[in-house]
Design a protein around this ligand. Structure first.
Ligand code: PGA
Length: 248
């Protein structure tokens, strides 16, 4: 696990965008695994800038999002469909057919999960996966649990996540209680992973991800076993790390 402590949120976002741009430059038909939430918004803004000013071309890029709330209308401004359209897809030239986000309104959710896995396989896997991390150590919506869930599946969101995500909704009661998420195996199958975190609310999650044993109680700890993970954090999120152990 490579750990990069950036000066601030802006620097870690630009570093991430540069890594994605270089991936796309080297392999124009790259398959990107994308995340939502507040953490990657500046990465998307920087990629849009690169598209507009540096001609970064997304014409052959394929994307798979990590997750979506269950039962939410894609037009609802809190859906991850809406987030992706408004924070990224509307501003770059990724063909509509190359964009995959779990359908939270699918009639047969089990089939939707299986089809999602199948689509990732058909595209020969994810080249580079962007992850945020929950305050409780979740990745995607893989919540702390008694065991790791392998494939794309439905999840019951835990109280901590509902509380953390309530800031995006008018009322905490409006936060959906269930979601569809890529599983741990889906994420671990990505060839390269970039995990981003900033701010003091992530300090404990980052500490446990790196220092605890591998445990489904801290889902991100599984990343210790992945051969190509870069953790990009700011000083605040790195506060509890032993500076001598940071390998860059
Ligand atoms: P955030 O969410 O980027 O909004 O902090 C990250 C996550 O919950 O995975």
């Amino acid at each position: 696990m490579k750990i990069v402590v950036a000066d601030d949120y802006k620097e870690l976002s630009i570093l991430t965008a540069k890594t994605l741009a270089s991936q796309i430059f080297l392999k124009p038909d790259s398959v990107l695994g994308l995340a939502t939430g507040s953490t990657p918004t500046l990465v998307y803004r920087e990629l849009i800038r690169m598209h507009e000013q540096d001609k970064l071309d997304f014409a052959h890029v394929v994307t798979f999002n990590l997750d979506e709330y269950l039962g939410i209308d894609p037009k609802n401004e809190n859906s991850y469909h809406y987030y992706m359209q408004h924070n990224f897809f509307n501003e770059v030239n990724i063909p509509k057919d190359n964009i995959y986000i779990p359908d939270g309104q699918a009639e047969d959710i089990d089939k939707e999960c299986k089809d999602y896995e199948m689509s990732i396989c058909k595209h020969r896997g994810i080249d580079i996966q962007i992850l945020g991390i929950g305050q409780n150590g979740h990745i995607g919506f893989n919540e702390p649990d008694v065991e790791f869930e392998a494939a794309t599946h439905t999840v019951k969101l835990n109280e901590n996540t509902i509380k953390a995500n309530a800031r995006f909704f008018k009322d905490q009661n409006e936060v959906p209680k269930f979601a569809i998420s890529m599983g741990i195996k889906t994420i671990m199958n990505a060839k390269k992973i970039l995990l981003l975190a900033n701010g003091e609310t992530k300090v404990d999650a980052i500490y446990h991800m790196i220092n605890d044993g591998i445990t489904s109680q801290v889902p991100a700890s599984i990343l210790q076993l992945h051969p190509d993970v870069t953790v990009l954090i700011d000083e605040a999120a790195a506060e509890r790390l032993d500076k001598h152990k940071i390998i860059v």
